[in-house]
Design a protein around this ligand. Structure first.
Ligand SMILES: [Zn+2]
Length: 414
């Protein structure tokens, strides 16, 4: 049996949510726990309740709607969702789409009285986009939160997460109790925009994600000597910037020799000191953001970066040090769930592409406690985190239909 979503209802709900937090510049400003994001939360809860889906907020303020029956209520839940918070000046799709598709899937299954083997939950995770650091809700859900994160998280204006939670009537430390034991979660499915150009360029409606990329961030410092730009001969300089320039040129070689197709290395932030036009720069601080879907490859990239930097430092008479600011492990999507997705796509006669995710998602956190899978839909021109973020309606419909049919397979249609 092939199921189809109620596209008109989906579209209406999509437009209602997209209007919340939309400003005159066309961008959406639903940063976690701000006034508009709270309105979006109320909207989602009201919708779920109106459709007769019991809903609660957990201790990390994740919104969870649940559809169960007497036979499956004690079994682990199959969860579908994403987030409804946004970056500043956002588009309407990032996150919201996954929650709206989850909502629509539950409604279709409920309407048709499909009795799944496992109960279903739709979830909107708190602060995925990182007003307070990112993936707060999914971290809590997957037991990856600790008191330090709760105590130290603050936004760019210095507002503390713990104060905001308190104002919302929540004991911040209680967020730790939002952690769900493994035995309560059967699996997690997330539909998200690709946020890259691949599906759009190939005009494929849906991507089935194979892996979610891991990421390490380094903060590197090369130290030389600041000196007069006129009086210091070229061969007698300890020019930190030239060290950075040499390293930048090594990146393609490092990826060729030590990386793979999914490897990415980016230098996105650079500070030169003293930073005056007529002084040889004696110090450069810069970031390295490196990603791959394999932990082994990530470790090889680390080795290669370290070796290249130390060879350059020697040659240029610089010293170097670095700190690892973060390390997120890559995650493989569950094979069986992927098969369900591929079978559903074939049954729907939908073309699809199996592909890695280069961006991080809530699914990466949930993977700590349950098998996960992800569906991508195309991002027009690869754009996201912008009011120009868009996906054609027919792709959205395809993605939602794939999610619905896969969800029933994953949750067991008896
Ligand atoms: Zn997102």
């Amino acid at each position: 049996m092939v199921l189809t979503i109620n596209f008109e209802r989906f579209k209406a709900n999509f437009n209602e949510l997209a209007a919340i937090g939309k400003k005159d510049d066309g961008g959406i400003y639903r940063m976690a726990f701000n006034a508009d994001e709270l309105l979006a939360r109320d909207w989602l809860e009201a919708k779920l309740e109106a459709y007769g889906i019991p809903t609660r907020r957990d201790a990390a303020l994740n919104i969870i709607g649940r559809y169960e029956n007497e036979a499956n209520q004690d079994k682990p839940a199959v969860v579908i969702g994403s987030h409804i918070d946004t970056v500043p000046n956002a588009g309407a799709l990032d996150g919201a789409l996954g929650v709206l598709v989850g909502l629509e899937c539950l409604l279709c299954i409920k309407e048709q009285s499909i009795q799944t083997t496992y109960p279903l939950e739709v979830i909107a995770f708190s602060d995925e986009e990182g007003r307070f650091g990112g993936m707060f809700g999914s971290r809590a859900f997957a037991g990856q939160l600790n008191p330090r994160i709760i105590e130290e998280s603050q936004d760019l204006d210095g507002i503390m997460l713990s104060d905001v939670l308190q104002q919302l009537g929540v004991d911040p430390y209680q967020a730790l109790s939002a952690s769900r034991p493994k035995k309560e979660i059967k699996s997690y499915l997330e539909l998200h925009i690709e946020q890259g150009p691949v599906l759009d360029a190939e005009n494929v409606s849906v991507g089935i994600v194979s892996d979610i990329t891991g990421l390490f961030k380094w903060q590197v410092r090369l130290l030389g000597a600041a000196n007069h730009a006129g009086t210091t001969p070229m061969e007698m300089r300890k020019d930190a910037f030239m060290g950075l320039a040499d390293f930048a040129h090594e990146i393609p070689r490092i990826i060729d020799e030590n990386g793979g197709e999914a490897s990415r290395i980016t230098i996105g932030n650079v500070a030169l000191y003293p930073g005056s036009a007529n002084t040889v720069p004696g110090e450069v601080d810069f970031s390295i953001d490196a990603r791959d879907v394999s932990l082994e490859v990530m470790n090889e990239l680390k080795d290669a970066c370290r070796k290249a930097l130390s060879a350059i430092a020697r040659r240029r008479q610089l010293s170097f040090d670095f700190t690892e600011a973060s390390m997120i492990y890559p995650v493989a999507c569950d094979n069986q769930m992927q098969s369900h997705l591929e079978e559903a796509a074939q049954q729907l006669e939908m073309s699809y592409k199996v592909m890695p995710s280069g961006a991080a998602h809530d699914a990466q956190m949930v993977a700590k406690i349950a098998p996960i899978a992800m569906i991508f839909v195309p991002s027009k021109n690869g754009i996201s985190h912008s009011p120009h973020e868009w996906t054609d309606w027919h792709h959205l419909e395809s993605g939602a239909n794939l999610a619905l049919n896969a969800l029933v397979r994953i949750a067991g249609d008896r």
